[in-house]
Design a protein around this ligand. Structure first.
Ligand code: TEU
Ligand code: CA
Length: 555
C-alpha cells in the first residue's frame, strides 16, 4: 500500500451536533447556538477536534433546516449572527474547528430565488430551478422523491412542474445554470472568510442531473428511480472539480461529501489526488443493508454482523492507498447505534456501546461521533404516529399506511427501529426535568431513560461510555498506526466476532469485537497479540471474548 500523505483531517475526530436537539439556552424548547457555546468545554473534555454542525441557516423547517431560505442568515430559532460569531470564536479558542452543513442540491421554496423563480416563465430566476412541462397531463417523468410521492410538483401559477428530489418544499437548484454555481461558490467563500473550517456537503452526489429520462421501476415500487440520471454522474464530478478550484483550494478545509454509492464512486469523490473532496460517507452499511424492498428503508432488518462487516471491510480495503474514508455508525438520519447494532438493554447497553465505538475508532478513516453516542443514548420507541415529527415518517405513513398498502402495526414497528427521530430526541445532560435540555417544553420528547443515561452522571463515572470514547479519541491522537496503518481483515466468517488488524512500520494492532451477548471462543484473544491499549473488560479469558467484549492490542 502506498504511504499516506499527512493531513490534519485524517488525524481528526469529528463530533456532529444537531443544534435543534443539543441544548436550549432560552427555554423555547428548541436547541440553539448559545446552547452549543455553553457546552463547548464538554466537547473539549471529550477530546474531539472538529465539530460538524447540522444546518443553522434561516429555514421554514419542513426538514429541520435542510430546507434553507437564506444561506447567509442564522435560523431565528437558533439565534443571531452575533451568537454564531461567539460560538465560532469559542470553538477556535479551544483549539477545535467548525464544519458547516452545505445544503445546495436544493433550497427551501421560501428562498428568495425560488419565490422569484415561480412567479413567471420569464422571470430572471426561472432557470435557477428545474422546471418542465407535464407529459400527457401528468408529471414530466416517473421519478419518485426520496421522501415518498412524485419528485415533481405542478405549480398552478405557471402551469409547469418543478423538480424536488426531497420534499416539495425543497426544490432542486439547477446547477447547469452558471449563475447558480456563481451564487453558491460566492456564498461558500463568504463563510470561509468568516472563518469556518470545512463543509459537510448534503447529498452532493445528486447535483449533476445528466438527463430527465424515466427511471427503472423496481418490483412493487410506485415510482421510477432517479439515481441513474442524477447520482454520481460525470456532470457532478465536473461541478465538484470547479468548486475545488474556485473555492476549496483557497482555504485549508475539511470537506466531506454525503455521497454514498459504491467504493468506486467514493474513490472518485475523495481521491488522494485532491481533485474533489477529502472524504465521503458510505451508506451501504446504514440505508443500504435494509433498503432491499419496495418499502425502501422501512423494515426491522437492523444490522446483522455479517452484512455490516462485509460492507465495512470492502470499503476499508477498496479505499486504502487510493482515497480517504470516513467512518460512522449513526447520524441524525439514522437510529441510535446501540439500539440498532448493539444491545440497548440496561444489562448490555454500556458494553455494546463501547464495543461499537472501538470497532469504528480503530478503523482507517476519520471517525464521526454523533451527539449522545458518547453517552450510549438509545432509540425512544414511540408507539403512535403522532409522536413523530419527521417529514420522512409522515410522508411514508401517507404513502404506505393511509393508502391501505401496509398495516399500521408493521409500519410503527419499523419506525421504532429505524426512524430518524430516534437520533433527534434531546441530548441528555443531567437528571433535571427534560434532562436539562430545556426549561420549557422540548420540541421532541426526551427519552425517559435520562435518569440512567446523562452527561452529568457519565462525567462522574470513570467507567462510563464517555470516558471510554475519550480514551479511544486520545489513542488515535497518540498512535500513528490507528490513523495510517494498513487495514487487514481477520476471521471474516466468524459468526460472532468482528476482528481486524492494522499494520504500520513493522507494528501490528489487533482489534477484536464480540457482537453477541454470549461468551464466545476467539483464538486471537490472547496476550500474544501484544500490549493492551483499551478494552471494555478489566480482565480477559484466554481464547474467549466475553459478551460485547472489545479488545485492542499493539505489538
Ligand atoms: O440526507 C440524504 C438522504 O439520502 C436521506 O434521504 C437519508 O437517506 C434518509 O434521511 C435516511 O436514511 C440528507 C440529510 O442528511 C437529511 O437530513 C435531509 O433530510 C436530506 O439530505 C435532504 O436535505
Ligand atoms: Ca432555544
Amino acid at each position: 500500500m502506498k504511504a499516506d500523505k499527512w493531513a490534519w483531517w485524517k488525524e481528526a475526530v469529528v463530533y456532529q451536533i444537531y443544534p435543534r436537539s443539543f441544548a436550549d439556552s432560552n427555554g423555547d424548547g428548541i436547541g440553539d447556538l448559545n446552547g452549543v457555546t455553553e457546552h463547548l468545554d464538554y466537547l473539549k473534555e471529550l477530546g474531539v477536534d472538529v465539530i460538524w454542525c447540522s444546518p443553522f441557516f434561516a429555514s421554514p423547517n419542513y426538514d429541520n433546516g435542510y430546507d434553507i431560505s437564506d444561506y447567509r442568515a442564522i435560523m431565528k430559532e437558533f439565534g443571531t449572527m452575533e451568537d454564531f460569531d461567539r460560538m465560532l470564536a469559542g470553538i477556535h479558542a479551544r483549539g477545535m474547528k467548525l464544519v458547516m452543513d452545505l445544503v445546495v442540491n436544493h433550497s427551501s421554496e421560501e428562498h428568495a430565488w425560488f419565490v422569484e423563480s415561480r412567479k413567471s416563465r420569464d422571470n430572471p430566476y426561472r432557470d435557477y430551478y428545474i422546471w418542465r412541462d407535464g407529459v400527457d397531463g401528468g408529471e414530466p417523468n416517473n421519478w419518485g422523491s426520496c421522501f415518498s410521492g412524485s419528485a415533481w410538483q405542478l405549480d398552478e401559477a405557471t402551469g409547469q412542474y418543478y423538480l424536488h428530489l426531497f420534499t416539495k418544499q425543497q426544490p432542486d437548484l439547477n446547477w447547469a445554470n452558471p449563475k447558480v454555481r456563481d451564487e453558491i461558490f460566492d456564498m461558500m467563500t463568504w463563510w470561509c472568510k468568516k472563518g469556518i473550517d470545512g463543509f459537510r456537503m448534503d447529498v452532493i452526489g445528486m447535483i449533476g442531473k445528466e438527463n430527465y429520462n424515466d427511471g427503472p421501476v423496481y418490483p412493487g415500487a410506485l415510482y421510477g428511480d432517479f439515481v441513474p440520471s442524477c447520482q454520481h454522474t460525470e456532470t457532478t464530478h465536473r461541478y465538484l472539480k470547479e468548486m475545488r478550484e474556485r473555492v476549496l483550494d483557497k482555504f485549508d478545509l475539511l470537506t466531506v461529501g454525503e455521497c454514498g454509492g459504491t467504493p468506486a464512486d467514493a474513490i472518485r469523490y475523495s481521491n488522494d489526488d485532491g481533485s474533489e473532496l477529502n472524504m465521503s460517507f458510505c451508506f451501504e452499511h446504514t440505508d443500504g443493508i435494509c433498503d432491499h424492498t419496495e418499502m425502501g428503508k422501512w423494515s426491522d432488518h437492523g444490522g446483522p454482523l455479517d452484512e455490516v462487516r462485509e460492507v465495512l471491510n470492502r470499503w476499508q480495503l477498496a479505499l486504502q492507498g487510493k482515497a480517504w474514508n470516513s467512518v460512522y455508525l449513526t447520524n441524525h438520519d439514522q437510529p441510535r447505534q446501540v439500539s440498532r447494532f448493539g444491545n440497548d438493554s440496561p444489562l448490555w447497553r454500556e458494553k455494546s456501546a463501547k464495543m461499537l465505538g472501538t470497532l469504528i475508532h480503530m478503523m482507517r478513516g476519520t471517525p464521526y461521533v454523533y451527539q449522545g453516542e458518547e453517552l450510549g443514548m438509545t432509540n425512544i420507541y414511540f408507539k403512535s404516529i403522532d409522536q413523530y415529527q419527521d417529514v420522512e415518517v409522515h410522508n411514508a405513513w401517507k404513502q404506505w399506511v393511509l393508502s391501505g398498502r401496509v398495516n399500521a402495526t408493521d409500519m410503527l414497528r419499523w419506525f421504532a427501529k429505524i426512524a430518524r427521530d430516534n437520533a433527534r430526541t434531546p441530548m441528555q445532560w443531567n437528571s433535571q426535568p427534560n434532562a436539562g435540555f430545556t426549561t420549557g417544553t422540548p420540541w421532541l420528547p426526551v427519552n425517559n431513560n435520562y435518569l440512567e443515561i446523562n452527561a452529568e452522571k457519565a462525567l462522574k463515572d470513570p467507567d462510563s461510555v464517555f470516558y471510554y470514547y475519550k480514551k479511544l479519541i486520545a489513542l488515535r491522537h497518540t498512535h500513528d498506526i490507528i490513523v495510517y496503518g494498513e487495514f487487514i481483515p481477520l476471521l471474516e466468517n466468524d459468526p460472532c466476532v468482528y476482528a481486524y488488524r492494522r499494520a504500520l512500520d513493522g507494528k501490528e494492532l489487533t482489534v477484536l469485537c464480540n457482537w453477541t451477548d454470549k461468551t464466545v471462543p476467539c483464538a486471537l484473544s490472547s496476550d500474544e497479540m501484544g500490549e493492551e491499549l483499551i478494552s471494555n473488560y478489566p480482565e480477559h479469558k484466554e481464547g474467549f471474548l466475553y459478551p460485547y467484549e472489545a479488545r485492542v492490542m499493539l505489538k
